[in-house]
Design a binder for this molecule. Structure first.
Ligand SMILES: [Zn+2]
Length: 549
């Protein structure tokens, strides 16, 4: 009799975990699982630009069943991957969370620092535990994340896992208290982690690595989903704006990844849609093997899809490669959603999908179509600026870097003989004359700078006194550093870089859309409000009221 009862309980648990809560039934206080999906470099307009050929199961399903914040902007500069992920999950900005770029300068020492570099961490999953690829952690992230807050709210009983090809896109979302963050090592073709989280890979991930997933997927090549002439939203396949895979004289389809992998290695998968396939495979394995969303304590899976960023950089937004990548991503997203429906139960998970930044068009492509744009010769500017400053102040190489569109001075050379105010003023006056530059602002004087308020606020939010350069360069729209002459890039304040999708679906989410301006920093406090947990401790964002009504 007892046995029958237990079978009945077990059966009803299975049924309740796959079924929608019936009308009138009390909703659980929290979802079983939160799934955060970041599509690296996804522009907001991709939701509509390729819509005609999206399936009903992917982006269209989320738009139909969920809520779309159509006017979501990044409220800081520079607009790069590490900052985007940190800002989504902390609800904060570089001034506070301390992730001032993918790479930035510790101003006091003049040393450059990679955002997730941690010399104390050991690499887990690589043959050498000192391998740089795994010496990573969230140590440099100075604020708590929404994932940390979920751990704190549940006395660390929640399971939190981050998954991405990029270390920074896995680590910064998963936060400090996560159970694990996994990322991809292109050299070994394996998924790895660091000793911050664990001393060994879980058996399920070791087993997955043994199947050589990247090699298997690369063996499939990259052929377009549809006949090439049907990609009406993109430039012809062979054009001068795209960067060929090295070894390929033309960027044209088909991309023989099976052959290219022999020289480029497994890391090639990053720049193909197969990278997203593999990332979602690991996400599914994590859900199954770590029992995410299986009990009453809310878990959090932070997935970031990096391949769209690599593809965008190499080929640009007007390429068939990007169009095809999004058509494929749409299908894979649909499959992932139906996997979540089966495993966690429709209505039992809360999902958001956004991007860490968007991306601009190739400058030459715009120019050839009579739209203003340009390539800023960053290296030439730095050399000329250093010569100019040498004449005035008597020292060579006073400027260490112009990266992140900021001037970092060579602090070791700055002694009492150099008047710092005069040095900054001379630098500003010089840079203001450079072609393509719109404004040059001394960070400490930004509050009184005669620039549009929207840009001023983004500078202030992005300026971390200890980690940012002393002077900010604001380019004219569509002007970028010439390091990216082919393909395309991002990094500036303008809407091509800073307008991203923000979609919500599932537990607690009404149907609808809104054009109210919201920011990347509003995501974490909105999740906090939905979960009824504390917002992160550096949060400056606000809950999105349209969703919470
Ligand atoms: Zn990028």
């Amino acid at each position: 009799m007892k046995k029958v009862y237990y079978l009945w309980v077990a059966a009803s648990l299975i049924i309740s975990s796959v079924a929608l809560p019936a009308a009138g039934e009390k909703r659980p206080d929290r979802p079983k699982l939160v799934v955060g999906i970041v599509v690296d470099q996804m522009r907001w307009d991709y939701l509509y630009r390729f819509r005609e050929r999206y399936a009903e199961t992917g982006f269209k399903r989320i738009l139909g069943e969920g809520f779309s914040c159509e006017n979501t902007l990044l409220n800081y500069i520079p607009t790069y991957t590490a900052i985007g992920h940190a800002s989504i999950y902390t609800g904060s900005v570089p001034a506070i969370h301390g992730i001032a770029g993918n790479e930035f300068f510790i101003q006091a020492t003049g040393k450059s620092l990679y955002c997730t570099r941690d010399e104390e961490a050991r690499s887990i999953g690589t043959p050498d535990e000192n391998a740089a690829v795994g010496k990573m952690s969230p140590r440099n992230l100075q604020a708590s994340t929404i994932t940390d807050e979920l751990e704190l709210a549940t006395n660390f009983r929640a399971k939190v896992i981050g998954v991405s090809l990029k270390d920074r896109a896995s680590i910064l979302p998963a936060g400090h208290a996560a159970d694990a963050a996994y990322w991809f090592d292109g050299d070994s073709g394996c998924w790895i982690t660091s000793s911050w989280y664990r001393d060994a890979l879980p058996a399920w991930l070791e087993e997955y690595n043994r199947t050589r997933p990247a090699e298997k997927l690369l063996a499939l090549d990259w052929n377009p989903l549809y006949p090439i002439e049907t990609y009406l939203q993109s430039a012809p396949d062979d054009n001068p704006y795209e960067e060929p895979f090295s070894g390929n004289v033309s960027p044209r389809f088909p991309v023989k990844t099976s052959e290219l992998a022999r020289t480029l290695g497994a890391g090639l998968i990053r720049s193909t849609p197969h990278g997203s396939t593999m990332t979602l495979d690991v996400a599914r394995l994590a859900i199954d093997n770590e029992a995410l969303g299986a009990d009453e304590i809310t878990d959090f899976l932070a997935v970031s899809l990096s391949s769209p960023d690599y593809i965008g950089h190499q080929f640009g937004p007007n390429s068939i490669k990007i169009e095809d990548a999004y058509l494929r991503l749409d299908k894979e997203l649909g499959e992932f959603l139906s996997f979540l429906d089966k495993r966690v139960g429709k209505g039992n998970y809360l999902l958001f999908l956004t991007a860490d930044h968007a991306g601009a068009h190739n400058a030459q492509f715009l120019l050839d179509n009579d739209i203003p744009a340009g390539n800023w010769k960053e290296g030439e500017t730095r050399t000329a600026l250093n010569l100019h400053l040498k004449e005035r102040f008597g020292k060579e190489k006073l400027v260490a870097s112009l990266s992140n569109y900021q001037v970092t001075f060579n602090r070791a050379l700055l002694d009492d003989a150099i008047d710092r105010d005069a040095l900054r003023a001379a630098t500003v006056a010089f840079l203001e004359q450079v072609e393509g530059v719109a404004f040059v602002v001394e960070m400490e004087k930004v509050a009184s700078a005669p620039i549009p308020a929207a840009i001023r606020e983004r500078i202030i939010n992005g300026y971390n006194r200890a980690l940012s350069g002393e002077i900010q360069i604001i380019m004219k729209p569509a002007w970028y550093s010439d390091r990216d002459r082919r393909g395309a890039t991002h990094g500036t304040w303008n809407p091509h870089d800073s307008h991203v999708p923000l979609l919500w679906m599932g537990w607690g989410i009404p149907r609808g859309r809104s054009n109210t301006e919201v920011y990347l920093t509003d995501i974490a406090p909105t999740v906090a409000a939905l979960l009824r947990v504390q917002m992160p401790n550096g949060c400056i964002g606000k809950p999105i009221i349209d969703i919470l009504k």
